[in-house]
Design a protein around this ligand. Structure first.
Ligand SMILES: [Zn+2]
Length: 354
C-alpha cells in the first residue's frame, strides 16, 4: 500500500513523504482515510463482542457460554484461558485493547427495551461505567452478582455501539478509535469537490509541507545544485514561497483574480490561498468554482516547476494561467453539474453560467 501511494516497487524504494499514521487517519482528521488492516481486523473481531451482548438466543452464544462460562460468572464475558480457539483470541483483544483509555466492552451500552440480557452490576447501562466498578464495596456484598436490571414490569435489554446509533459498523469503531487522537486543524480533503483526487491530495501534501521542494529535498540530505526557487531564483524554494511570495505565482494570482473578477489575491502563506474562496461573496456555487480554480492553479504552478527542471519548460505565468483555464474547464465540465459550459464564454469569465 505504501509503495502504491508513493510510487515505489519491491526493488525501488521511494521516499515516503507523509507518516503512515497521518495517511491512515480519517479524512475528517486531516488524513487520507486509508484503512489500517490491523484496525480493520480489530474492528471485525470486536463485532463478535458486540454480537455476544446484543444477540439473546443465538446458538453460537450458547455454545460459547457452555464452553467458557464455568469460571468467574460475573466477568464481562465468559472466558476460559485453558481453551484455545477464536474466542480466546477475541477475549485477548478485549482485555488488551484500550480506546480512549477504555476497554472495548465499556463502549457498548445497554438501553431500555424488551428482554433481560443486561446485568445490573456488570454491564454498562447507567452512565458510562459498570456499577461493579463504580461501587466495588457494594458489589462485593452482592450475593446475586449476575442479577438482571428490571424497572417495573419492563426489563432492560439490548446493547448498542459506542456512538449510540444502535448498530455496529467497522466505521463507527474506527471513529471511536480516532475520537480522542490528534487534531483536525489541518487541510481536509475536499468532499464532493469537482477537482481530481490527485490535485486534492497534492494540496493535502503541500499544506503539510510534504512535497519535494528544493529545501525539503536538501533537508532530507538529497544532493541538489541549489535550494533557490526554480521559477524566480530570488528566494529559497519552500511551499510558502512557491505559492505566495514567488513573483511568478503572484503574476498567476493577478491574472486569475482579474479573470474571476474577485479582489486581488494577497497571500502570505499557502494557507491564505486555500481560504481565499471563503472571503468572496455568498454564492456557494461560485465559492466552489473559485476554490477549485485556486487549487488547480497551485497544482499547475507545481507542474511548471517540474517541467522547467526536467524538460526545460518556460515556467512563465502566462502558460500556467492558460493551463489553469484549460484544466479547470475540462474538470468542471466532466465532474460537476455544469455540463453545458462553453469554452469561449468560460475564457471571458468562469462564473458566467451562475
Ligand atoms: Zn520563486
Amino acid at each position: 500500500m505504501k509503495n502504491f501511494l508513493w510510487g515505489g516497487t519491491e526493488e525501488v524504494k521511494r521516499m515516503n513523504w507523509v507518516a503512515w499514521d497521518i495517511v491512515t487517519r480519517p479524512k475528517k482528521l486531516s488524513g487520507l482515510g486509508t484503512n489500517k488492516l490491523k484496525l480493520a481486523n480489530e474492528a471485525l473481531l470486536s463485532k463478535w463482542i458486540w454480537r455476544f451482548r446484543s444477540e439473546e438466543d443465538s446458538l453460537w452464544k450458547k455454545v460459547i457460554t457452555a464452553c467458557h462460562g464455568k469460571r468467574r460468572k460475573w466477568s464481562f464475558f465468559p472466558s476460559n484461558s485453558n481453551l484455545t480457539g477464536v474466542w480466546k483470541n477475541i477475549m485477548s483483544l478485549e482485555s488488551k485493547m484500550l480506546i480512549d483509555g477504555k476497554r472495548i466492552n465499556l463502549l457498548f451500552k445497554g438501553v431500555l427495551g424488551k428482554g433481560d440480557c443486561i446485568r445490573f452490576w456488570i454491564d454498562v447501562w447507567f452512565e458510562n461505567t459498570p456499577l461493579m466498578i463504580k461501587w466495588p464495596l457494594l458489589f462485593a456484598l452482592e450475593k446475586e452478582k449476575c442479577c438482571l436490571v428490571k424497572v417495573g414490569p419492563r426489563r432492560l435489554a439490548r446493547v448498542v455501539n459506542g456512538d449510540g446509533a444502535g448498530r455496529y459498523s467497522t466505521s463507527s469503531f474506527r471513529s471511536l478509535f480516532y475520537s480522542s487522537s490528534g487534531s483536525n486543524q489541518g487541510y481536509r480533503l475536499w468532499k464532493g469537490g469537482w477537482i481530481k483526487s490527485k490535485c486534492d491530495i497534492f494540496i493535502w501534501r503541500a499544506s503539510q509541507d510534504r512535497i519535494p521542494t528544493r529545501q525539503a529535498l536538501a533537508r532530507r540530505n538529497i544532493l541538489i545544485v541549489s535550494v533557490d526557487c526554480i521559477l524566480c531564483g530570488a528566494d529559497t524554494e519552500i511551499v510558502d514561497h512557491l505559492f505566495s511570495a514567488c513573483s511568478i505565482a503572484a503574476s498567476v494570482w493577478e491574472k486569475i483574480s482579474d479573470w474571476i473578477k474577485i479582489p486581488p489575491v494577497f497571500a502570505f502563506s499557502f494557507g491564505d490561498i486555500l481560504s481565499t474562496h471563503e472571503r468572496v461573496g455568498e454564492n456557494r456555487k461560485a465559492k466552489d468554482i473559485i476554490r477549485g480554480l485556486l487549487m488547480i492553479a497551485c497544482w499547475c504552478i507545481w507542474k511548471a516547476c517540474n517541467e522547467k527542471f526536467f524538460s526545460n519548460g518556460k515556467g512563465c505565468s502566462t502558460e500556467i494561467f492558460g493551463e489553469v483555464k484549460s484544466i479547470g474547464f475540462r474538470w468542471l465540465k466532466c465532474r460537476s453539474s455544469h455540463k453545458s459550459i462553453v469554452w469561449s464564454e468560460w475564457c471571458k469569465s468562469p462564473m458566467y453560467m451562475l
